[in-house]
Every structure is written in structure tokens, then in C-alpha cells.
Design a protein around this ligand. Structure first.
Ligand SMILES: Nc1ncnc2c1ncn2[C@@H]1O[C@H](COP(=O)(O)OP(=O)(O)O)[C@@H](O)[C@H]1O
Ligand code: SF4
Ligand SMILES: [Mg+2]
Length: 363
């Protein structure tokens, strides 16, 4: 097995709001290995960006890490001081966001920004840093880099600016890159180029990448493994080809049905009715239970824990060996004692009103 670069263990993030604490991510676990791209996918509000922000130590008040641990090459980073974490960011963890101008200062030439990163985080300075900056711009496909190095961010197109951000993220040869919706703001053809570039660079440099996106098409193109998030939890995680070909979790099944393919069966085109619950109204038991076509009594009472199913890990009672046991398994549970895992004949409609502006995964 290749070296584990990032290890996230039972991570929970809570926002302390006036109306009480909101759990945005709830016991999330995953690993990313050297040279591997882990796609993190899910609807808006699923907790993808909060997970990425937690890894780079940028959860600001009223948010806080309420539990779990984050390890970079086996070393806890969630407990570092803000100053130590600032050094980790940029040097050991690179970042790419949806808007390149989050990373680039519009007032400075792009070359100066890369040189500054090299001076801060590596031993390079002066002419050597400038030469390295030109090499980096060439590596990310900026034409005439020895000239463009003296350009300002506004002189670059959106796609070229995102390439500069990738050069900046790679400058210190980080072990891990967190890319949060890196192509969402770009035209489709440019998206494909940026994804191809990220994939190539990750392989060549052995960089581990956490690729956050709402777009399963991007995951299918770029990722080695995928974590499907729902309501702040990981519903299923596994090799991308396996999860696309044979998703297990009912939410993942619905999600994969939304990726158009030429040979698609008609029933896989069906989308998931309803919407994700508000953080203030996460249903008891499985968070997906109000929308799940396979829901059964246990799902409304007991939270499913992730377990190995073929090459994946799936948090769903359908795959729990204990599902074959008579229900209730825990004290206080009502009904459903027939011991079957047959889906309820008519699952109740989602009890949680849709949140404005939210719906199914957009492509
Ligand atoms: N500063 C904040 N205060 C309160 N809640 C927040 C804050 N930032 C994010 N959240 C909540 O955390 C949840 C997950 O958000 P996020 O990770 O940004 O979702 P996404 O999967 O779309 O990236 C959302 O429901 C959001 O409302
Ligand atoms: S645990 Fe139950 S409600 Fe949740 S996804 Fe599985 S079958 Fe559906
Ligand atoms: Mg997000």
C-alpha cells in the first residue's frame, strides 16, 4: 500500500450559532495516499468545503473542530498552533479554490507572487527562485512563461489564472493539495484541461489531492477514489470506477444515476426526490432515511456505521450483517420486530421542507 499522506479520523465540526450548536460534519473518516486523488462529492451543504477547511486549519468562529483528528503523514495537525498551521499551509498543503483571485493578489505580478511563495517556503531566492517560477508556469501550460511571469492576474483568462494558482499551490512541493471546486467557474472545455493538468501533476509529483466538487462528472474524470457525502457524513467511499459501476448506498445509487452515459438504463436516470435536511433537523437514525427508497424501521432509529462492502465502505443498514437480526436491536425502538430488511411499502414523504436554492446535484 502506498504511503498514507492524509488521515482524517472521526472528524466533527460544529458551528455554535445563536440557535445552538450545528453539526456541519459528523464523524467523517477517510485517508488519501501519495499520488492519489480523492474526490469528495455531494449536494450543496453536504459539508465538503467545511471538511477541506478543517484540514487546512481554516475553520473560523463560530465553527470549531468538535471531535476526531487530522493527521498529515501520521502527525496530528488539528492540534497545531495557528502559527505552526500557517507554516503547514503553503509548504506542506497547497490550496486551490473556485475563484483564483482567492489565492492571487490582483495588485502583484504573478511571478512575484510565486517567487514570494518560493522564498517563504523553500531555500530558493533571487534568480534561482525566478527561474523556478518560470519553470512552474511552463509546467502548468502557460505559454511564453518568461514573458507572462511579469503579467498581473487580470491579464490572464480564467483558465490561465487557475493554472497560475496551480503553479502557486505546487511551488513548495506540498504533500497534499486541497482543491475546492477548482473548475466550477470555468467553461466546460477549460474545465477538462485543468482537470487533466491536475491529474498529471499529481501523478508526477506524487502529491495527494482532495478534490471537492458537486460534479460527479469531474470525479469520474479525475479521481481515483470517491467519498460521497450526505448531510455531513460519508455515505460511501471507494474506488471511483467501482462506485460508479456499482454504488451500494441508496444515495450513491441515486447520485450515480444522475451521470449521463450512453448505455444508461432508464431507471438509473431517476433523480433523488426531496432535498437534504437542514443541519438543525437531521433525522434520527440514518440522515438519508426520509428520502431513501429502501428505508426500513431500523433506519429511523439507529445511525448506520461505515462497513466494508466489496472494495468500498458503506454506511447503510442494508449491508450490515446485523440487519439480518430481528429488530429492534436497541432498547426503546418501536415496531419493525419482524426481522426483515424489506423496504417499507410506502416510505413517508420527506418531512423536511426543501432549503431555498438547493436541490439535486447540478452538472
Ligand atoms: N460560518 C458558518 N456558520 C454556520 N454554518 C455554516 C458556516 N459555514 C458552513 N456552515 C454550514 O455547514 C454546512 C456545510 O457547508 P459546506 O461544507 O460549505 O457545504 P458544501 O458541501 O456545499 O461545500 C452547510 O449546511 C452550512 O450551512
Ligand atoms: S440506512 Fe436505511 S435509510 Fe439509510 S440509506 Fe440505508 S436503507 Fe436507506
Ligand atoms: Mg463547498
Amino acid at each position: 500500500m502506498t504511503e498514507t499522506i492524509l488521515s482524517v479520523r472521526d472528524l466533527s465540526v460544529t458551528f455554535d450559532t445563536r440557535r445552538g450548536p450545528l453539526t456541519a460534519i459528523d464523524r467523517v473518516s477517510f485517508d488519501i495516499h501519495r499520488g492519489e486523488i480523492l474526490g469528495v462529492v455531494g449536494e450543496s451543504g453536504a459539508g465538503k468545503s467545511v471538511t477541506g477547511s478543517a484540514v487546512i486549519g481554516l475553520i473560523d468562529r463560530p465553527g470549531r473542530i468538535a471531535g476526531g483528528e487530522i493527521l498529515l503523514r501520521g502527525e496530528r495537525i488539528d492540534t497545531l498552533s495557528p502559527e505552526a498551521m500557517r507554516r503547514v499551509r503553503g509548504r506542506r498543503i497547497g490550496m486551490i479554490f473556485q475563484d483564483p483571485l482567492t489565492s492571487l493578489d490582483p495588485l502583484f505580478r504573478v511571478g512575484d507572487q510565486i517567487v514570494e511563495t518560493l522564498r517563504t517556503h523553500t531555500d530558493l531566492s533571487g534568480r534561482a527562485a525566478r527561474t523556478r517560477a518560470i519553470d512552474l508556469l511552463a509546467e502548468v501550460g502557460i505559454p511564453a512563461p518568461e514573458r507572462r511571469i511579469d503579467g498581473y492576474p487580470h491579464e490572464f483568462s480564467g483558465g490561465m489564472r487557475q493554472r497560475v494558482v496551480i503553479a502557486l499551490a505546487l511551488a513548495a512541493e506540498p504533500e497534499l493539495i486541497i482543491a475546492d471546486e477548482p473548475t466550477t467557474a470555468l467553461d466546460v472545455s477549460v474545465q477538462a484541461q485543468i482537470i487533466t493538468l491536475l491529474k498529471r501533476l499529481c501523478r508526477e509529483h506524487g502529491t495527494a489531492v482532495m478534490l471537492v466538487t458537486h460534479d460527479m462528472g469531474v470525479i469520474a474524470e479525475a479521481a481515483d477514489r470517491v467519498a460521497v457525502m450526505y448531510a455531513g457524513r460519508v455515505a460511501e467511499i471507494g474506488p471511483v470506477a467501482a462506485v460508479i459501476a456499482k454504488p451500494h448506498h441508496p444515495y450513491a445509487v441515486g447520485l450515480m444515476g444522475a451521470i449521463p452515459t450512453l448505455s444508461q438504463e432508464a431507471d438509473r436516470l431517476s433523480q433523488i426526490p426531496g432535498s437534504m435536511p437542514r443541519l438543525t433537523a437531521i433525522p434520527k437514525g440514518c440522515a438519508f432515511n426520509p428520502r431513501c427508497p429502501k428505508v426500513f424501521a431500523r433506519c429511523r432509529v439507529e445511525r448506520p456505521e461505515p462497513q466494508a462492502v466489496e472494495a468500498s465502505r458503506v454506511a447503510c443498514h442494508l449491508y450490515d450483517a446485523a440487519a439480518a437480526l430481528p429488530f429492534p436491536l436497541r432498547g426503546g425502538a418501536k415496531g419493525g420486530a419482524d426481522g426483515t430488511i424489506t423496504p417499507d411499502p410506502a416510505p413517508p414523504p420527506p418531512s423536511i421542507p426543501p432549503r431555498k436554492g438547493e436541490g439535486r446535484i447540478a452538472r
